[in-house]
Write a new protein. Structure first.
Length: 187
């Protein structure tokens, strides 16, 4: 699975370039319209050709980046995937109630996180050691809240609430409780 940080970097570069081209179009149009002492008419054929070019580039960016979203294929084929592990987690009184002290996952496992709230709407997110988010979902009481994820590298993650659930919600952090280890470690 492609890492979300790589996806974000690629999309940042692509969309920054795209935005710069659009800014140049607006600047070009403004110079042509406000120019002094010269012909200020913008030829419609040139203008609409450039707008058409931007449209083709914009649609192409969306098509190209669609397949780089790491979780898209798994979500589309979810009914055909059987998770290697399932962790049932309950959230109540601003606390995560985990099935064990540490959640150990083998590299290349597909894991289902089944999270239920007994009182408020919370968030459930896995965070890397540098505090960047791997994934998150909203946990709504009385609804099915689960997330399927493929872990493809060793790491240690923390669980945090990613939704505002009152002032106590800021303390909803389970530090370094998800351990992704090589397959031979847990056999």
């Amino acid at each position: 699975m492609v890492d979300s940080t790589m996806v974000l970097t690629g999309q940042t570069i692509a969309y920054t370039f795209y935005c710069l081209v659009i800014i140049l179009l607006v600047a070009w149009f403004a110079i042509k319209v406000t120019g002094k002492g010269k012909s200020t008419a913008v030829k419609p054929a040139v203008f609409y050709t450039f707008v058409g070019f931007l449209t083709v580039i914009g649609v192409s960016l969306h098509i190209i980046t669609y397949n780089t979203i790491p979780w898209a294929e798994m979500d589309l084929n979810r009914s055909d995937i059987t998770p290697d592990k399932t962790f049932t987690i309950t959230v109540k009184d601003h606390k995560f109630i985990l099935p064990s002290e540490k959640l150990v996952i083998n590299v290349d496992d597909v894991v289902l996180f089944d999270v239920a709230s007994e009182d408020l709407t919370y968030g459930f997110g896995l965070f890397r050691s540098d505090n960047s988010m791997l994934f998150q979902m909203q946990v709504v009481p009385g609804h099915k809240n689960d997330l399927l994820w493929h872990f493809d590298r060793e790491a240690i993650y923390s669980i945090r609430s990613t939704e505002y659930s009152g002032p106590k919600g800021v303390f909803m952090v389970e530090k370094d409780v998800v351990h992704v280890v090589p397959s031979s470690t847990t056999n």
